[in-house]
Design a protein around this ligand. Structure first.
Ligand code: NAP
Length: 304
């Protein structure tokens, strides 16, 4: 059975190249014929790992192709996910597996609602990749991907072994929602502040009082959403990540510096929507959201 990848960017390309070189059938899906023609012209997907660069001629098609899809990796940004899935929804076979690689929360529910006959599997990844050209991916940081299905947590799919064959570090978890919530909380405590102070992660050590108060509100939110366990030691975990990634530029700051839209709506925006749903007033997080939105608007970037 072939894998299909919709969103052949950094992470989608990284998965695609590793599946392909392990001899596992995989096809990229481009948004239109123009993108497909550009891809064919360069002859495949380029992947740089350390000093090695290889070209992988993965098969490719457009969303308009007619072949049914049984296993799909959706690897576009969270704000593109709903439109992207709608473009191939009629091609999904009944019971197809759709893996959602989007960061943050909120987009997954919107996508699942559009494909009720498919099984959606949520993913949370710490891998690091970026594109140095349209069809050229740099594997910048080794990481791990957790996969899970909140509606059938004890039923890992048989294809998990294909990921290990392909050298994609991944494992099934019975608590993918907890995993996503914890990552969202950590992202909310770090990423917006790196944009506001225009600094690398390590420089946030000069703002620990602010981080602590943000973490207190995030813990309150986690407890109200039933993720009490994920609130445990949040502030300490955030400080440890800041130290471990001191030299890094957060993904949100990278987006802002490159003039790209951020995923704020699926991080801070989602946290505040959930707080509202639970009638929680989180003044620090609200203020952070307002300051970040103002900063984005000043730079001419979307505030959602
Ligand atoms: P990316 O490099 O921007 O790639 C996204 C891809 O989606 C692009 O190739 C884009 O195509 C494609 N796309 C968007 N809408 C489409 C549509 N309607 N039809 C077909 N293709 C479409 O993004 P990314 O960095 O891989 O991130 C993907 C998700 O993974 C994000 O939620 C991100 O937060 C998460 N994530 C990323 C990393 C990482 O290191 N990159 C790590 C962890 C999590 P065009 O080029 O044609 O626009």
């Amino acid at each position: 059975m072939s894998w299909h990848i919709l969103g052949a960017g950094s992470l989608g390309g990284l998965w695609g190249a590793r599946l392909f070189r392990a001899g596992i059938p995989v096809r990229l899906i481009f948004r239109d014929r123009v993108r497909l023609a550009q891809y064919r012209q360069v002859g495949g997907l380029r992947l740089r790992e350390g000093d090695d660069t290889s070209l992988y001629p993965l098969a490719a098609e457009t969303a308009q192709d007619a072949v049914p899809i049984r296993r799909l990796l959706l690897a576009c940004k969270a704000y593109d996910a709903e439109e992207a899935i709608a473009s191939i929804a009629p091609r999904l076979a009944s019971g197809a597996d759709v893996i959602l690689l989007q960061n943050g929360m909120g987009s997954q529910d919107a996508v699942s609602a559009r494909i009720p006959r498919a099984r959606t599997i949520l993913a949370s990844s710490t891998e690091g990749a970026f594109r140095d050209d349209t069809f050229s991916v740099v594997h910048a940081g080794q990481g791990h991907t957790w996969l899970g299905d909140p509606t059938h947590p004890g039923e890992p799919p048989a294809w998990l072994n294909e990921l290990s064959e392909a050298g994609i570090p991944a494992q099934w978890t019975d608590d993918i929602l907890g995993q996503l919530w914890r990552k969202l909380a950590i992202n909310c405590a770090i990423n917006p502040l790196t944009v506001l102070y225009d600094c690398r992660n390590g420089e946030l050590n000069a703002h620990t009082a602010e981080i602590q108060s943000v973490c207190e509100e995030l813990c309150e939110l986690l407890r109200h959403t039933g993720q009490t366990e994920k609130a445990s030691g949040l502030y300490e975990a955030v400080l440890a990540i800041i130290d471990a990634t001191a030299a890094n530029t957060s993904s949100m700051l990278q987006d802002v510096r490159s003039g790209r839209r951020t995923e704020i709506r699926f991080l801070l925006g989602h946290a505040l929507e959930e707080a509202h749903r639970h009638s929680l007033k989180l003044a620090r997080l609200e203020s952070l959201h307002i300051r970040l939105s103002e900063q984005l608007a000043t730079r001419g970037l979307p505030i959602d």
